[in-house]
Design a protein around this ligand. Structure first.
Ligand SMILES: Nc1ncnc2c1ncn2[C@@H]1O[C@H](COP(=O)(O)OP(=O)(O)O)[C@@H](O)[C@H]1O
Ligand SMILES: [Mg+2]
Length: 276
C-alpha cells in the first residue's frame, strides 16, 4: 500500500507522524508520537483487510504479557484501520539473526534457550487464554530496549480457539507452516503454533531454516515428510525436543505446557547477555 502512505499520515488523530518503519502488502507501520504526552508509538495501518484488523485487536485486547506487544488503542477510519502499539526500538529477530549470520557468529545453546524461553512464555500465556497466533516466525518477534527482551507481535492471523472447532484456513509463511497447513488439513490452532516454534528453535540454533526448497510446493513437500535427521552438533536433549515439536502427526505433537517441562528447557544457565 506504498502509494497510499501519504494519505494515512494526515489521519493519525492525536499522533504526529515521525517516520515509516515498513510498508508491506497489507499494512504499513509508522513511528509516531502522541502530541500531548510525547509518548513514542508504532501505528500499524491496514487497508482493505478488516479481518486482519479484527483478529489483531480481538487478540491483543485479551492479552497482557511482558513478552507480547502491548496495544494502546485502535480505531477505524474511512478506508484504513489503525492499531497503536507500544514502540519497540530494536530490530526484529530476523534482522538480528541475519546480522549475526553476516558476522559468522552463532548463538551458544544457552543464548538460544534465553531467547526461546521468552517466546515460549508468550505462547504458553496465549494458549492459556485460548488464542493461537498462527504466524510465529522471527520477523514477528520484536526486540525490546537493551536487546535482551523478546516480544511477540503481529496478531493479524490470531484466532480464538475456545470454540474447539477445527479450521482449515491457511496462514503465515510457508517456511514456518505445519504439515496440516501445507496439506490443507483441518487443525485447532495451538498445534500449528508448536510446529512454528520448532522451526524457530531450529533456526535460532543454526541460522538456517530446516525446510527449504526451490519453490513453495517443494518446501511444502519436505514439511509434510518431516525432518529425519538433525545437525550432528545439536545436543541429545535439543534433538529430542525438536523431534517432538516437529512431529508430522499433529495428534502426537508435544503441547506448549509439555515443552515448558522438557529437560532442554529447564536447564539452569548462568546469566546470559546477548551481544548487540
Ligand atoms: N510495535 C512496533 N514497534 C516497532 N516496530 C514494529 C512494531 N510493530 C511492527 N514493527 C515493525 O514492522 C514490521 C511489520 O509489522 P507486523 O506487525 O509484523 O506486520 P505485517 O503483518 O506487515 O508483517 C515488523 O517486522 C517490525 O519490523
Ligand atoms: Mg509480520
Amino acid at each position: 500500500m506504498a502509494h497510499k502512505v501519504s494519505k494515512t499520515i494526515h489521519d493519525l488523530k492525536h499522533y504526529k507522524y515521525l517516520s515509516c518503519i515498513i510498508t508491506n502488502k497489507t499494512s504499513v507501520v509508522y513511528k509516531a508520537q502522541h502530541k500531548k504526552t510525547k509518548q513514542i508509538v508504532a501505528i500499524k495501518i491496514y487497508e482493505n483487510t478488516p479481518l486482519f484488523y479484527q483478529q489483531e485487536i480481538a487478540a491483543l485486547n485479551k492479552l497482557q504479557h511482558k513478552n507480547i506487544i502491548h496495544m494502546i488503542e485502535h480505531w477505524t477510519g474511512d478506508i484504513y484501520y489503525y492499531i497503536v502499539l507500544e514502540y519497540v526500538p530494536n530490530a526484529d529477530l530476523l534482522e538480528y539473526i541475519l546480522k549475526l549470520k553476516d558476522q559468522k557468529i552463532l548463538f551458544i545453546e544457552a543464548e538460544v534457550r534465553f531467547i526461546f524461553k521468552q517466546i515460549l512464555e508468550a505462547v504458553l500465556y496465549m494458549h492459556e487464554h485460548k488464542i493461537c497466533h498462527r504466524d510465529l516466525k522471527p520477523s514477528n518477534i520484536l526486540i525490546g530496549e537493551g536487546g535482551q527482551h523478546f516480544i511477540v507481535a503481529d496478531f493479524g492471523f490470531a484466532r480464538d480457539f475456545s470454540d474447539g472447532q477445527l479450521v482449515i484456513k491457511s496462514c503465515g509463511t510457508i517456511d514456518y507452516a505445519s504439515p496440516e497447513i501445507c496439506c490443507g488439513k483441518p487443525y485447532f490452532g495451538p498445534e500449528i503454533d508448536v510446529w512454528s516454534l520448532g522451526v524457530i528453535l531450529y533456526t535460532l540454533t543454526v541460522f538456517s531454516e530446516p525446510f527449504y526448497g526451490y519453490n513453495n510446493k517443494d518446501i511444502a513437500h519436505k514439511i509434510c515428510r518431516g525432518l529425519k535427521i538433525f545437525p550432528k552438533d545439536f545436543s541429545v536433549q535439543l534433538k529430542d525436543l525438536l523431534g517432538k515439536m516437529l512431529n508430522v502427526n499433529a495428534k502426537y505433537r508435544i503441547k506448549v505446557e509439555e515443552i515448558c517441562r522438557h529437560p532442554w528447557i529447564t536447564v539452569e544457565d548462568d546469566e546470559v547477555v546477548l551481544c548487540p
